[in-house]
Write a protein that binds this ligand. Structure first.
Ligand code: GLY
Length: 369
């Protein structure tokens, strides 16, 4: 068993263990969560079918332990990450007379986790919830750290709350059900964690012989969670160093929005990281060349890396992000592999920066690394 304790506004464990889905009552008891209360499993159609049904280990274990079980299922995908889904879930909890001492369980990837966390933060002004991430991306990043929320028409994650879970439970078995593309999404976020805080993650990803090795991926995920723990404990409310976790994300959000969310988050992060590190290399803002090592991983795992958008389009979409205020933008720049820094530039320099990254990337494409 791997256990990492996060000490933020709430202290909680991130537990990674094969068989954790059926062993969850014991983990809950250790976290002080005792049977008798109502539990609502929140899932999308896929995670409900795979892991949430009444015949599945999770439901059997929780019902068997004496929890009063409920379920709320919504359609999967970024299009469901809206206030409408939150309203539907809140009404379901109210109709079923959930009280402050009852709980939610997020059973799914990042979208299910963000939606459930936000509903938990809002219902009766705050109820507890557990994260059960079912994707590599969710265990590596979104299930830990308490950022919850939904998208608005104006952009991604514009409404939400910081609301830490009471427990995060990951069973590597869930990785066996993931598509290759979903696995790539998680690998991209693990590369990000490696770049900002732990070079060994990059070495481990390079040593990975198959994207289907769920035990090895879990070890990598544990290292990434450790990077995240350190950052979240230092700056839970994202006013400073937590922004480092956004390496590649300014461009990623632009790419996702321009593609009408057809390009998934992890794939967009991969594109964002490679453009930013290429520009940083070209401008000599990094202390060692960093783009080659990202490029090597992304090509090795066959990430689709064709850029359908120009520097101008990317800049416009990035600057339309309502979180950007004034005429400056803060970028996350790799210093060396394993350490990044924040660099603020005037917004009118962003297009030149992105253009430089794209040009440098064209050279990387022609190079045999
Ligand atoms: N996913 C970025 C953060 O948690 O801050």
């Amino acid at each position: 068993m791997i256990k990492i304790t996060v000490s933020a506004s709430k202290e909680y464990d991130v537990v990674m263990e094969r068989g954790a889905l059926s062993g969850i009552p014991a983990l809950m008891e250790e976290a002080g969560i005792i049977p008798g209360k109502k539990l609502c499993i929140v899932a999308d159609e896929t995670t409900n079918r795979l892991f949430g049904g009444e015949s599945c280990d999770l439901w059997q274990a929780l019902a068997g332990a004496g929890f009063d079980m409920y379920r709320y299922v919504f359609e999967g995908g970024e299009k469901s990450k809206t206030m409408n889904t939150i309203t539907g879930l809140l009404n379901y909890l109210a109709d079923n007379r959930f009280s402050r001492s009852d709980m939610l369980i997020a059973l799914g990837g990042g979208i299910v986790g963000d939606v459930t966390g936000f509903a938990a933060a809002s219902f009766l002004r705050g109820v507890d919830y557990i994260q059960i991430p079912t994707t590599l991306l969710a265990i590596v990043d979104s299930s830990v750290g308490g950022k919850t929320g939904v998208n608005l028409d104006a952009g991604k994650n514009l409404a939400g709350a910081f609301w830490q879970p009471s427990l995060v439970v990951f069973d590597p078995y869930v990785l066996d059900t993931l598509s290759y593309d979903a696995m790539l999404d998680g690998i991209a976020e693990a590369v990000k964690a490696g770049f900002i805080g732990d070079r060994a993650i990059i070495d481990e990803i390079n040593a990975l012989t198959s994207a289907a090795d769920s035990d090895f991926l879990t070890e990598i995920a544990a290292r990434a969670v450790e990077v995240k723990r350190i950052v979240v404990e230092e700056d839970e409310r994202d006013t400073g160093s937590r922004q480092l976790l956004n390496f590649g994300h300014t461009l990623a959000h632009a790419i996702e929005k321009l593609s009408d969310y057809r390009i998934s988050h992890g794939h967009a992060v991969a594109m964002g990281m490679v453009i930013v590190s290429s520009a940083a290399d070209a401008l000599e803002w990094s202390e060692e060349p960093c783009s080659d090592s990202i490029w090597t991983i992304l090509t090795r795992f066959k990430f689709p890396l064709d850029y359908p958008y120009s520097a101008r389009e990317l800049t416009r979409a990035a600057l339309a992000d309502k979180k950007i205020r004034g005429n400056e933008i803060t970028l996350v720049i790799p210093r060396i592999v394993g350490k990044c820094r924040l660099k603020t530039i005037p917004t009118d320099q962003l297009e030149g920066f992105i253009s430089c990254g794209i040009q440098q990337l064209e050279q990387l494409k022609g190079k045999d690394i």
